[in-house]
Design a protein around this ligand. Sequence first.
Ligand SMILES: [Zn+2]
Ligand SMILES: [Zn+2]
Length: 280
Amino acid sequence: MSLKIGEPWSYGDYKFFGVSLAGIRTAIIMPELSISFDVAQGFPYLINMHKYFITHGHLDHAAGIPYIISQKMMTSQKPGEFYMPPSLVEPMTEIMNLWSKIEGFPYNYKFTAVQGDDEIEINNHSFVKVFPTTHRVESFGYTLFDRKKKLKNEYADLSKNQIVDLRRQGVDVNEVHQIPLVSFTGDTQIEFLDARPWIKKSKILFLEATYLDSMRPIERAREWGHTHFDEIIPRLDEIESERIVLIHTSSRYSISEALRIIKEKVPEKHHERIVFFPGR
Ligand SMILES: [Zn+2]
Ligand SMILES: [Zn+2]
């Protein structure tokens, strides 16, 4: 079994790197955008990111916040921006004050409380939008959107010159399309899928699947605020995503065992869409 910290995975133009294992560590970055979804215990590959989207406060997702802040200070970087559930801001600030005392220097960082539907700018053509998830503590998921300008349908038949003319007259010939590219959940019950309409339409959907078989029944998974793979399978037809990336599987499954179960349970027509995230 591979226990390497982080392995790259990419789909189309989108590259991902990181780790995810239930109860142990979850932190996945998109290096080109300098963003991270969760931070696990804090790993060197995380410290050069700019924005960190924290799903919830459990240690396997959020313990790395102080480490990253401290490392950024030591390497003279701009302060990191951390987006997190509102209930996490105060206790995490207290933790930072204590670490600051221990390390003997002041920290610079920015904590921002999120709410469902908040939008956070990443660059000129992309932003992250927040959606609620259902876990044992306050939790959120995040979707990276692409913002594309497109010619309005009503002008589709016009020539280039006619469009230039319209522009000169001050007519706004374009409309903005928002395309959900990557949705990421930390720990959540399956209900999050219906929380917002864009989630199932995301090109790439990162989905926790803590339990894969009868080792733990659906009811027990739900009791602990998690998703069982058997709940995902009947919903595959309605999920429009080109890739559904399974993360946060229990360490009780070896990689080969997990792959075997997934292959066995998923109907053939969906095989190509299902990805078992390689970093553990
Ligand atoms: Zn977790
Ligand atoms: Zn959790």
